[in-house]
Design a protein around this ligand. Structure first.
Ligand code: DAH
Length: 353
């Protein structure tokens, strides 16, 4: 519908405003436009009689359309206001109540830590790789050089999937991966070296939920394989990481350890940040906190994926972002990170509770 005659533009604008008029303005506006004596539209319609035939033709149709449109608009707005009033009445809505505060979300503390760690390794040329949480025991254990009777494969430690308590041939059973290390194998099977990857993801163990354990938690795995990589590269990379993440003065130490898929293996500790090395309950009086396991990729693991250990060497590491978040934010209980309590989460990440 068009009221394009220039003299009708002001009325067309008022028509457009009718749907937003408040109840107490509606009657006055209707009288001002359509009132029998002084209504603006009424006067224009009356003045048609004084116009020439051509002018009548030009204006008459437009004015009548405008009148119908106003009639419809006033009726519709009146019905709408009546419906709202009825709803308020029926629900006994108290319009004087304060409005609900708008809510801002935030990233979870563990997500913050994972993102920050990944970003540090990205700066060293690592890319992110991902793998499935349901894994075969071949990739989770065998290919990583676990012997067939390793205690980690026990039903008490690992959550197996499928029938009959997870029975079947080793190499076929499905399980919830107990670590992100099988993704090392997947990465190496996917294409030729060199590799520099970090692998964040959830892992699962048949563990109790207590202040320092959870049956589902996250890990970040790392793998670097190339020609000429040595233990010096491992130490330099992980020391750089610790100092970027915890501060440039962070002290680190490497302790000999054992993992089936690395040789030699080590555990990296950082100076306890709470007591500055003096010894406190958080570091069990040692002045050090363990933050990751690491080592040179075992020759057998390289052979398992068809790489010649005479040519290719590398290092790997694995850490637990929940543990790291606990240290960073001074948390006494890992279960805080699982509760979804907004008062806790917003203390760390910001946003509104
Ligand atoms: N997969 C080990 C665990 O879950 C952590 C780990 C240790 C990963 C040493 C590594 C490594 O890649 O080199 O306990």
């Amino acid at each position: 519908m068009s009221y394009e005659h220039p003299s009708l533009a002001p009325l067309a604008a008022r028509l457009a405003a009718v749907p937003t008029l408040p109840a107490d303005a509606l009657d006055a506006e209707e009288i001002a436009v359509m009132g029998r004596k002084q209504g603006e539209l009424t006067l224009l319609l009356k003045s048609l009689a004084t116009l020439s035939i051509e002018e009548k033709r030009a204006m008459g149709g437009a004015l009548n359309q405008l009148k119908q449109a106003f009639d419809a608009a006033f009726a519709a707005r009146r019905a709408e206001l009546a419906a709202t009033a009825a709803a308020v009445e029926a629900r006994q809505v108290d319009l004087t109540m304060p409005a609900r505060q708008s809510w801002t979300g935030t990233r979870h503390p563990v997500t913050l830590v994972v993102d920050e760690i990944v970003e540090i390794f990205r700066g060293l040329g690592f890319t992110v790789a991902l793998g499935p949480e349901v894994e075969t025991d071949a990739l989770n254990f065998t290919m990583l050089n676990f012997p067939p009777d390793h205690p980690a494969m026990d039903m008490h430690d690992t959550l197996y999937l499928g029938g009959e308590g997870g029975g079947g041939q080793v190499g076929e059973r499905l399980l919830l991966r107990t670590h992100t290390s099988p993704v090392q194998i997947r990465v190496m099977q996917d294409g030729p070296p060199p590799y520099r990857v970090v692998i964040p993801g959830m892992v699962y163990r048949n563990d109790a939920f207590d202040p320092s354990h959870a049956p589902a938690f996250s890990q970040i795995e790392g793998l670097a394989v190339d020609e000429g990589i040595t233990f010096v590269d491992l130490k330099a990379t992980l020391t750089h990481f610790a100092r970027r993440f915890l501060g440039p003065d962070t002290r680190v130490r490497f302790r000999p350890s054992f993992f089936p898929f690395t040789e030699p293996s080590a555990e990296m500790d950082v100076g306890c940040r709470l007591c500055d090395g003096a010894g406190c309950p958080a570091c069990k009086g040692t002045g050090w906190m363990e933050i990751l396991g690491c080592g040179m990729v075992h020759e057998q693991v390289l052979r398992n994926v068809g790489l010649d250990p005479e040519r290719w060497t590398g290092f790997a590491f694995g850490m637990g972002p929940q543990r790291i978040a606990m240290q960073r934010y001074g948390l006494p209980d890992i279960r805080l990170l699982y509760g979804g309590d907004m008062r806790f989460l917003t203390q760390v990440g910001g946003g509104t509770p």
